[in-house]
Design a protein around this ligand. Structure first.
Ligand code: ADP
Length: 734
């Protein structure tokens, strides 16, 4: 008969208790099958059930079934109700006595005595097994007079006498999380499954000293309204900036909350998530029939959740009845099967309504990008005008002017307010659509007009915007220039820190750089590249979209190889097809090039740590974080001189720069020749100027690109628009 699966019971089959050979559960080793069965039959049912033989196992098992007083013993290797061997049965033997006659009485008596003595033996064995299974009797400690000691005193005594436990080393200021030790690294192999970058962290940095900040004497209540938030709702730099800025301000004692759509892709990723309440949000729909506009208003119910992302308190908002709405439903943050403009417009209205119904009264509502721009417009025209939420000032941060939020009048009705209210030249009309019927709205323009202050993410990008080279909003920004400035983003040094990064096989810092060489070897091995410490490793980590200089990235790959280097690309985005093709053809088995066309936060950490250079050849770049993250890991950036890249990277050969500011390789043009000017130099210097290169690596790691600096600039701006100043202790007029 075929064996059943593990633990399965056939209908009508005898319940069997198996004891696998070698099992210590009942210590039957060395007993005859018969005695073993005897013991097993007395075993309690629950543990016995756990001893069911695994179906298909080759291990020999013994089983027993009891019916009335009949004990049938089987010794078999199968999961079969039919006995393989029927051992002697005392009842059957007794039947033999009746049929044997008087002549055999003595012999039969002897047999019975023999059986009896075997049973006695079994009983003794059972007793000894039960004894050995009992926990050892503890000796009662006594004092010098032989009196039992107080148990409380004994446990205190034991506590102090226990063998010394090696305490887990705390990681002090300046120490490395994982020391560089080649012998302890678990070196990866190419094509590991799951891939090596998905291995669990080598060590958690739980012993870190908490970050210390100077605590403000006059905290501000800031509510960010955003479409992204790192690490779980991040697509690019926007997510990093919101989390980094919020954390820097929380550390200083400000009250910071981040209001974000509760995307279905965030399910299970928000810490301590809790449903707080449902509330109604006005919503409208607009039709046009024969030139007549018809507007229908209704309430739409939203749900508010509280929780934390990256340690920051959040307000998560989503439509209450998910069956009736697909807003923010999808595998990813963007690109769901809903109208994005309408979704974010509804979210903007829901955010303000949520602040109102929960009685929040923030000092600053900080809105980000086109997605949340309508908050600025609605706040002043709908809420503040009605005396609601009237203490807040609005800050807008523009992270990228590539997408400014073009929207039709009727789409704006998703906010419950007709778009026509804002569709004038002085307010939110998109000038590029003049002559359309009707003209369209530009949400980012509306926010620039309505916000109390507008920042963008670098001074050079701000200048480029004012000159019109960053997009059509230059005209509006020029009009509003007194409330517009560029603040360079920071890097979240709790996430990006070579000294404490737990994704790395070894950590490093200026003065102790051995770990970086191990990280390079680790990545070379894991990706199946030539393991060669002398080959410069150029890394590019980027969204693959035209902004990022796709053609230049494509050219840099063979050029790096030609010049004796290695190239690794980690990227994804709608311009990735040519790279996917190259990855599967020309570079499929290349030992010096690896093209990884996907998104992986963990791998990005390893690549920054392993890299000698990080390439950022963007056509335009509002700020750029990759070049700053690269520097945190001692990788020299190779960048095109634009936007924030121009503000943060200064060429090592620029005579106008002081030596302490030089930190990378910069080119200006947008052609291959321009790129080669910087890339070739970097590769040459790597080969020819080893000590200089090492000095530069340590120098760039010491640059302060942290959020402490950038966060302070934002606090000053918040204070200037709210008029809430820091209180300084009164020193008696001194
Ligand atoms: P942008 O916001 O335009 O994408 P930034 O340089 O400001 O550019 O920020 C990019 C951020 O996204 C960095 O943290 C970078 O490491 C990360 N990133 C980009 N592409 C990937 C990817 N494929 N895998 C992991 N991280 C990525």
């Amino acid at each position: 008969m075929a064996a059943l699966g593990a633990g399965a019971m056939r209908l009508g089959a005898t319940m069997r208790v198996g004891v696998t050979a070698g099992s210590t559960a009942t210590s039957h080793d060395g007993l005859t099958p018969r005695r073993s069965a005897f013991l097993a039959a007395r075993a309690p049912l629950a543990p016995a059930a756990r001893m069911m033989p695994v179906g298909g196992s080759n291990r020999k098992s013994f089983s027993v079934a009891r019916t009335h007083s009949r004990l049938v013993v089987r010794a078999d290797g199968n999961d079969d109700a039919t006995p393989a061997v029927e051992a002697a049965d005392p009842v059957a033997e007794r039947a033999g006595i009746e049929s044997g006659g008087l002549t055999d009485l003595m012999a039969q008596l002897a047999a019975l005595q023999n059986e009896n003595s075997k049973l006695q033996e079994d009983i003794e064995t059972t007793k000894s097994i039960i004894e050995s299974a009992k926990p050892p009797v503890e000796e009662v400690p006594v004092d010098e007079n032989g009196e039992p000691l107080d148990p409380a005193l004994v446990s205190i005594e034991n506590f102090f006498n226990q063998p010394e436990q090696k305490p887990r080393e705390p990681i002090g200021a300046g120490e490395l999380l994982t020391l560089p030790d080649e012998s302890t690294v678990k070196w990866p192999e190419p094509n590991e499954n799951p891939p090596f970058w998905e291995r669990p962290p080598i060590r958690m940095p739980e012993n870190l000293d908490p970050k210390t900040c100077e605590i403000t004497t006059m905290p501000l209540h800031v509510v960010h309204v955003t479409a992204e938030m790192a690490p779980v709702a991040k697509v690019g730099g926007l997510g990093d900036v919101v989390t980094g800025l919020a954390r820097a301000h929380l550390c200083q004692g400000h009250n910071v909350e981040v209001c974000i759509p509760y995307y279905s892709s965030l399910e299970g990723k928000i810490e301590d998530v809790q449903h707080v309440m449902d509330f109604d949000v006005p919503k409208g729909e607009q039709w046009e029939w024969d030139g007549e506009k018809e507007i229908r208003m209704s309430d739409f119910q939203w749900s508010m959740y509280s929780g934390k992302i990256g340690g920051c308190p959040i307000i998560g908002l989503r439509p209450a009845f998910r069956e009736g709405s697909n807003l923010f439903v999808g595998q990813k943050i963007y690109g769901g099967s809903y109208n994005e403009a309408e979704a974010y417009l509804s979210f903007c209205r829901a955010s303000l309504e949520c602040l109102k119904v929960t009685g929040r009264d923030p000092n600053v509502i900080h809105v980000h990008e086109w997605q949340c721009s309508a908050v600025a417009m609605l706040y002043w025209d709908v809420y503040h005008n009605q005396g609601l939420l009237n203490n807040a000032k609005i800050m807008l941060t523009i992270h990228n002017m590539d997408n400014t939020g073009e929207c039709r009048e009727e789409e704006f009705m998703a906010t419950g307010v007709p778009g026509s209210e804002f569709n004038t030249l002085e307010r939110a009309m998109d000038e590029r659509t003049i002559g359309h019927n009707p003209e369209r709205l530009c949400l980012m323009k509306g926010a620039i007009v309505y916000a109390n202050y507008v920042t963008t993410v670098s001074p050079t990008y701000a200048r480029e915007a004012l000159s019109g080279s960053a997009g059509f909003l230059g005209k509006t920004l020029t009009k509003e220039r007194t409330k517009f400035t560029g603040v360079i983003n920071g890097v979240d040094t709790e996430i990006w820190d070579a000294r404490l990064d737990n994704f790395l096989p070894a950590n490093f810092k200026p003065g102790t750089m051995e770990g970086k060489a191990l990280c390079k070897k680790y990545v070379q091995m894991g990706l199946g590249l030539n393991v060669d410490p002398h080959k410069p490793l150029v890394v590019c980590i980027s969204r693959l979209v035209p902004q990022k200089g796709i053609n230049l990235i494509e050219h840099a790959i063979p050029r790096t190889k030609e010049k004796g280097g290695q190239f690794v690309l980690l990227g994804s985005g709608h311009s990735d097809p040519p790279f996917s093709r190259l990855a599967e053809s020309v570079y499929k088995n290349d030992k010096d090039v690896k093209l990884l066309i996907f998104y992986s936060d963990a791998l990005s950490h390893l690549l920054y740590a392993a890299a000698d250079c990080v390439l950022v050849p963007s056509m335009f770049e509002p700020c750029g974080l990759t070049q700053m993250i690269a520097m945190c890991y001692g990788a020299l950036p190779i960048v095109r001189k634009t936007g924030g890249l121009a503000d943060t990277v200064h060429d090592v050969d620029d005579p106008s720069m002081s030596d302490s500011k030089k930190n990378g390789f910069v080119f200006e043009g947008a052609d291959n020749g321009a790129l080669e000017g910087a890339l070739d130099r970097a590769l040459r210097y790597y080969h020819e100027r080893k000590p200089w290169w090492q000095g530069m690596q340590e120098q760039v790691m010491d640059i302060d690109n942290s959020w402490e600096r950038a966060g302070e600039e934002y606090v000053q701006l918040y204070r200037s628009i709210t008029g809430i100043r820091e209180e300084f202790p009164d020193h008696g007029g001194q």
